[in-house]
Write a protein that binds this ligand. Structure first.
Ligand SMILES: Cc1cc2nc3c(=O)[nH]c(=O)nc-3n(C[C@H](O)[C@H](O)[C@H](O)COP(=O)(O)OP(=O)(O)OC[C@H]3O[C@@H](n4cnc5c(N)ncnc54)[C@H](O)[C@@H]3O)c2cc1C
Length: 455
């Protein structure tokens, strides 16, 4: 019996195998630097399909890849010769406005979630690009514009429906499989396949947004101001300093497109007049070369970067957690940031204070919670011929920040060559995560992730 027949007997979703017309597209994930050829992609339609796929991969001793939104830069949603459980068809989003909760399928994207919740003036912390999967982002922790107001994404998780590696189907919450629930909130895809997430939602109306492009010569002053400002900024402020080349947008002077700028990206969830005043304080530090400041719907700010970073480009990222944005670290940013080599590349320095620090460090498996920032050096470019130059920029920037950073970085921003950093990336949670792995996946069936091998 062929693989496809044997599997198709057990699942209702479509199975794509080599030779099928859509195999070339289905085998690919967001990062086209990943060029794996899985044995089959199972487009799971329901929980029963997920259970059958997990069981089938186990029986065959095949690698099992779980794909939510497919955004993992190391390409964990695929694998050479692997069976892929593709959850993208399990993308339902059901909002309960009365109780301010959402039930979200394990393969949904933030676009679907944000849009459905915004109808009711609600949201939870999500990623800044709408095509990213809710699954991988939540399981790794989840950092976004609302982190300072509402905590990490995983802090708003109420429960999860999970297919375990041995095929059991369980609910994880504070009161059911509580150790699994702890591990899912930061431990990545190591512990089970989440078929549905239940989130707490927060009232979020129209936001006030700011994109301010500052000259590289003003960058040191902007970073120093941001350091003071963010330490006790109102929690309605979610935003970060960044480096980017100026994109071809109407508010950018045409002769400056493609030049590097220090960008302050701001999202304000409170009163708009107050937001205008708070965001305006950056103008007292330096005059922006270009800016776009004004109200917009919350889902819209999470699409601002979508076109800049489409699926299908080459991706190589590096990340560090930072306790203090020292003058030395700022000097490294000011040296390497302006060398940003491609329009889609950049650096984002996300604060993780405010509500993120209300949650006790050991309450979830996000093991570097006490850090002040998660820094992401983002290499994204179109042509594989340029891989060497672009990865070198990321590596040089990372090397310059390393002496001023924690040993670990945010698992969700790591690249495939960061696997040896897993212990540092999971930080203080690592030992307990190892125990949870022994309990929930002792054979390491779920190993295509930032892996925690059972010891
Ligand atoms: C353009 C872009 C923007 C990003 N922006 C942000 C951001 O603003 N904030 C942030 O915190 N992160 C961000 N990230 C990082 C993002 O959190 C990770 O890439 C994350 O892994 C993406 O999840 P996914 O479901 O799309 O990925 P996938 O590649 O599908 O999965 C990633 C990992 O999670 C596992 N997984 C996914 N879904 C499930 C599930 N339902 N059950 C069990 N395991 C699952 C997979 O097995 C894999 O190990 C961004 C990434 C990209 C590429």
């Amino acid at each position: 019996m062929t693989l496809v027949t044997a599997l198709q007997d057990r699942v209702t979703g479509q199975i794509v195998v080599p030779g099928d017309p859509d195999y070339e597209d289905a085998r690919r994930v967001y990062n086209f630097m990943i060029d794996n050829r899985p044995a089959a992609i199972v487009r799971c339609a329901n929980v029963s399909d997920v259970r059958a796929t997990v069981a089938y991969a186990r029986e065959r001793g095949a690698d099992l890849a779980i794909r939510g939104g497919g955004h993992s830069v190391p390409g964990y949603g695929t694998g050479d010769g692997a069976i892929v459980a593709d959850l993208s068809a399990m993308s339902q989003v059901v909002i309960d406005p009365e109780h301010r909760t959402a039930r979200v399928g394990g393969g949904a994207t933030w676009a679907a979630f944000n849009d459905a919740a915004a109808v009711h003036g609600l949201a939870t912390t999500g990623g800044i690009v709408s095509t990213t999967g809710v699954g991988g982002l939540t399981l790794g922790g989840g950092i976004g514009y609302l982190s300072r107001a509402n905590g990490l994404t995983c802090d708003s998780l109420i429960s999860a429906e999970v297919v375990l590696a041995d095929g059991q189907f369980v609910t994880a919450s504070e009161t059911s499989e509580s150790e699994l629930f702890w591990a899912l909130r930061g431990g990545g895809g190591n512990f089970g396949v989440v078929t549905e997430f239940e989130f707490r939602l927060h009232p979020i109306g129209e936001i006030y947004c700011g994109l301010m492009f500052f000259e590289p010569a003003d960058a040191a002053a902007i970073f120093r101001y941001f350091r003071e400002f963010i330490a006790d900024a109102p929690r309605q402020y979610g935003g970060y300093p960044a480096w980017h080349q100026a994109p071809p947008l109407p508010f950018i002077p045409q002769d400056r497109v493609g030049e590097p700028f220090c960008v302050v990206v701001s999202c304000w969830t409170g009163d708009h007049g107050e937001g205008d005043r708070v965001i305006g304080t950056f103008r007292e530090v330096a005059t922006p070369a270009a800016e776009l400041v004004g109200p917009m719907p919350y889902p819209a700010i999470n699409t601002l970067f979508d076109e800049l970073v489409p699926r299908g480009l080459q991706n190589y990222w590096k990340t560090v957690f930072v306790d203090e944005l020292t003058d030395e670290a700022i000097a490294a940013h000011v040296e390497h940031g302006p060398r940003v080599p491609a329009p889609s590349s950049g650096m984002h320095l996300y604060p993780i204070n405010g509500a993120c620090h209300d949650v006790p460090a050991d309450a979830t498996a996000f093991g570097n919670r006490s850090a002040s920032y998660a820094c992401n050096i983002i290499g994204i470019w179109p042509d594989p011929a340029d891989n060497a130059a672009n990865t070198q920029w990321v590596r040089d920037y990372y090397a310059a920040l390393t002496p001023h950073s924690r040993a670990g970085g945010y698992t969700n921003f790591s690249s495939a060559d960061d696997e040896q950093r897993a212990k540092d990336n999971y930080g203080t949670a690592y030992g307990r995560l190892e125990q949870a792995k022994r309990r929930y996946d002792p054979d390491n069936v779920l190993h295509l992730n930032q892996n925690i091998p059972p010891t």
